[in-house]
Design a protein around this ligand. Structure first.
Ligand SMILES: Cc1ncc(COP(=O)(O)O)c(C=O)c1O
Length: 376
């Protein structure tokens, strides 16, 4: 059987990883400034992570959500205390799209409404409601079209005020920092405005922190720069360092109802072991602070590079916009300098390294990056 060919692939087979480095099957070493698409939070093959998962699979790989799984409570306790959301409740699923799907569903159960407000360039996943609130009609199939969504420009208060005043909006969904959209930041004032308007109109505020959360922005959640508390926060990507897992942090506003939400695999024993290891290492190695420090340094140095039109981002979620398409730069970085990076659209290079990137590794990347830009 052949593979369903939906990904344009680089001809590289990555077989090993350690910290912020990966190796291909020919033994070439690469710097990982991409983190496998913002997924590798604590670094590849961290010994604590390897030990926790190995031990868990030797004891119990899986049992169902119909019995107690104490590991879920350990994840919830550690996440609550490390993120500052002790009073919220945790629901675990398997991916980012599934987290947003459940968040929208819970919001609709809560206020009985159907319409969603989302923002231009938003990306929230590829399943039914999640893809419908994603601002890219190319990936919305006819079957996904049923959900009622209104896209508004980011950071424009008046448009949001007018829509929410109609009283029929179920939820506003917004990324802590837009990732796929090109590292675009909602301003703190805009997030504070959304918080206030949502409260006043009975609208649920969902913060999608799937890419920007779990320390990536230099705070545990990117929205914490604005000092707001959303009604639901969705997480995935870095929460289990590559083991498929997602979650929702749910405010005390919501009362759980048996049967409303559910999943076979969500919160399984292996996912929890991985998620606990991630939170342990983040705390032990001060990775949120490291993301803030190394990210600020990288941003400051990138801003000195004349070929870059604009540098955006927070912590270790950085976008560099160029006047021209970046395809060539990215290819040269990968094949000549052996550095993995990401892109957004055609003109933005995205950096999403593991949160343990050191200053020395940042410098090595800067040297390689400047070499490519100067030879381009
Ligand atoms: C902000 C955001 N939300 C949701 C998703 C979807 O996550 P997943 O691919 O795990 O379904 C992504 C993935 O890139 C994302 O960046």
């Amino acid at each position: 059987m052949k593979l369903f060919d939906v990904y344009p692939l680089f001809d590289i087979n990555i077989v090993k990883g350690k910290g912020c480095k990966v190796w291909d099957d020919k033994g070439n070493e690469y710097q990982d400034l991409y983190g496998g698409h913002a997924v590798i939070s604590i670094g590849h093959s961290h010994p604590h992570y390897v030990e926790m998962i190995t031990k868990q699979v030797g004891e119990l790989g899986f049992y169902s959500n119909s019995v107690i799984n104490n590991l879920q409570q350990i994840v919830a306790d550690k996440l609550g205390s490390q993120s500052g959301y002790d009073d919220y409740a945790l629901f675990l699923i398997n991916s980012g799209a599934e987290a947003n799907e459940n968040a929208l569903k819970l919001a609709s159960f809560q206020n009985g409404r159907k319409r969603v407000v989302a923002f231009s360039k938003a990306f929230h996943g590829r399943t039914s409601a999640a893809v419908r609130v994603t601002d890219n009609m190319k990936i919305v199939a006819p079957i996904n079209e049923g959900i009622d969504v209104t896209f508004l420009p980011l950071n424009e208060e008046e448009a949001v005020r007018n829509e929410l005043a109609k009283g029929d909006v179920c939820a506003v969904i917004i990324e802590g920092i837009q990732g796929v959209g090109g590292i675009k930041l909602p301003t703190p004032a805009f997030l504070q405005f959304l918080r206030k308007e949502c409260t006043e109109t009975g609208t649920i505020l969902i913060l999608d922190e799937i890419q920007s959360g779990y320390g990536r922005s230099g705070k545990f959640f990117a929205h914490q720069y604005a000092g707001i508390r959303p009604d639901i926060i969705t997480v995935a990507k870095g929460i289990a360092n590559g083991f498929p897992a997602g979650g929702m942090l749910i405010s005390p506003l919501f009362a759980p109802v048996y049967g409303q939400l559910g999943t076979t695999f969500g919160g399984n024993h292996l996912a929890c072991a991985a998620a606990i290891a991630v939170l342990d290492v983040m705390k032990e190695e001060n990775l949120v602070q490291n993301a803030a420090t190394v990210g600020a340094y990288l941003k400051q140095e990138l801003e000195k590079i004349p070929q870059i039109k604009e540098v955006r981002g927070q912590g270790l979620m950085i976008g560099m916009e160029f006047e021209e398409p970046v395809k060539d730069i990215r290819r040269k970085l990968l094949f000549e300098e052996k550095v993995f990076t990401g892109v957004s659209g055609t003109n933005v290079i995205r950096l999403l390294p593991p949160l343990c990137l050191t200053l020395a590794e940042a410098d090595l990347f800067l040297t390689r990056f400047k070499k490519v830009l100067n030879n381009n």
